[in-house]
Design a protein around this ligand. Structure first.
Ligand SMILES: [Mg+2]
Length: 328
C-alpha cells in the first residue's frame, strides 16, 4: 500500500522544489551545479539536529528548520564568508506528516529571504527512529580573506557581538529549571526566543574581513569558544566578566541573583561572534556597530601564554574546574 499523503517525490515537488536556487536545477538532476566568482573559495560547514537531543518533538517545525539553518550560517559568518547555498537531508518517522513538512519548508522559505540563500539539493528517507536533519551550508570568501581561529596576536582586543547568556536562560525558561518568579513575562519570552531562534551575525561576519585577526562563533559558550581561538592561535586571553554584554532580561536575572555573569559566559548557544582585532581597529569596529545597529563590545585582551583568564567584577581571577568555572 502506498504511504498516506504525498509520498517522497510528491513531497519534494510540493515542499522542496519551490526552495531551489538556480544551482539546484529545480531538484530535477542528480546533483547541483554551483558557480564561484573568480578569486573566491567555497566555504562549507555541516550541522545535524536530532529530535530529543537538539529539539523537542513538540517544537514548531518552522523553528526547527530555521535554527538548523541559522546554526550553519553562524559558522559561515565566523569565517567571514557570505552564505549562498545549502543542502538538506531529512530522515523522518511517519509521525511527520505532510502538514509537519509543509510548516518545516515554510520556515526555510522565510529564512531564505532573510539570509539570501537557496536550497540546491539533499536527500530524504524515512526512519523508525527520531527525526534527524542534516544541513550543509556553502558560502564564499575571497581567497586569503577568510578569518581563521589562528590569527590572534598578543595585544589584540577581544570583542563580542550582541548579548551573551540569553539562550542559556531561554532554555531554562523552556525547561522550567531556573527560577523566574518576579521576572517580567516579556523578559522570559525574549529569552526563550533567543534559544529557539538565534540570529546568526551574517552581515557582521563578512564585514570583519580585513578587520579581525581571528574569529569564532559562540556555540559552546563564550569562554570555551574564546579558548578555541587561544588554542588555535597559541596565545592566552584575559576577559572581564563585568564587560560581557547582557540583555536587559539577563541583567534582571543577575540582579535578582538567579544566575551569575560566569554562568552566562559559559552557557552557550548564543550564536554571536567573538573575535580578536588590533587596537587600531577600534574606530572601524565602532562604525560597524553603529551601521549594523548591533552592539559590539570589548571584553578583554589577547596575551602571550595559554588559556583564558576570567576576572570577576572585583578584578579577581575566577578558576576553571573540570565541571566549569568557580570563584577562588
Ligand atoms: Mg562554530
Amino acid at each position: 500500500m502506498p504511504p498516506p499523503g504525498l509520498g517522497e517525490f510528491g513531497r519534494i515537488r510540493a515542499f522542496f522544489a519551490p526552495l531551489a536556487g538556480p544551482g539546484g536545477l529545480g531538484l530535477m538532476d542528480d546533483a547541483a551545479l554551483v558557480d564561484c566568482p573568480r578569486g573566491h573559495r567555497l566555504v562549507t560547514t555541516v550541522d545535524q539536529a536530532v529530535e530529543g537531543v537538539h529539539f523537542l518533538t513538540a517544537d514548531p517545525p518552522d523553528l526547527i528548520a530555521k535554527k538548523l539553518l541559522r546554526r550553519n550560517l553562524s559558522d559561515l559568518a565566523a569565517m567571514g564568508a557570505t552564505p549562498r547555498h545549502y543542502l538538506l537531508t531529512t530522515a523522518l518517522p511517519t509521525s511527520c506528516n505532510d502538514e509537519w513538512l509543509r510548516r518545516f519548508a515554510r520556515g526555510l522559505a522565510e529564512d531564505q529571504q532573510t539570509y539570501a540563500v537557496a536550497l540546491i539539493g539533499g536527500d530524504s528517507t524515512s526512519t523508525p527512529g527520531p527525526i534527524s536533519l542534516t544541513l550543509t551550508a556553502i558560502g564564499e570568501v575571497a581567497v586569503g580573506a577568510e578569518i581563521r581561529r589562528t590569527g590572534a596576536r598578543p595585544g589584540d582586543r577581544i570583542w563580542v557581538s550582541g548579548t551573551i547568556g540569553d539562550a542559556f536562560l531561554g532554555l531554562g525558561v523552556l525547561r522550567e529549571d531556573l527560577e523566574f518568579v518576579g521576572i517580567a513575562k516579556g523578559f522570559r519570552d525574549a529569552l526563550a526566543a533567543r534559544f529557539q531562534l538565534p540570529e546568526p551575525r551574517v552581515a557582521l561576519g563578512c564585514r570583519l574581513v580585513g578587520v579581525a585577526d581571528a574569529m569564532c562563533d559562540v556555540s559552546d559558550g563564550l569562554i570555551a569558544d574564546l579558548g578555541h581561538i587561544c588554542d588555535a592561535s597559541e596565545v592566552g586571553a584575559t576577559i572581564r566578566l563585568k564587560a560581557v554584554p547582557l540583555s536587559p532580561a539577563a541583567d534582571a536575572m543577575v540582579a535578582a541573583q538567579r544566575t551569575t555573569r560566569l554562568a552566562l559566559a559559559t552557557g552557550g548557544d548564543d550564536y554571536e561572534l567573538v573575535f580578536a582585532a588590533p587596537s587600531d581597529a577600534d574606530t572601524v569596529i565602532g562604525k560597524l556597530a553603529a551601521e549594523l545597529g548591533l552592539p559590539i563590545t570589548a571584553i578583554g585582551t589577547i596575551e602571550a601564554g595559554k588559556g583564558v583568564r576570567v576576572l570577576d567584577a572585583a578584578g579577581k581571577p575566577v578558576a576553571p574546574t573540570s565541571t566549569g568555572w568557580r570563584h577562588f
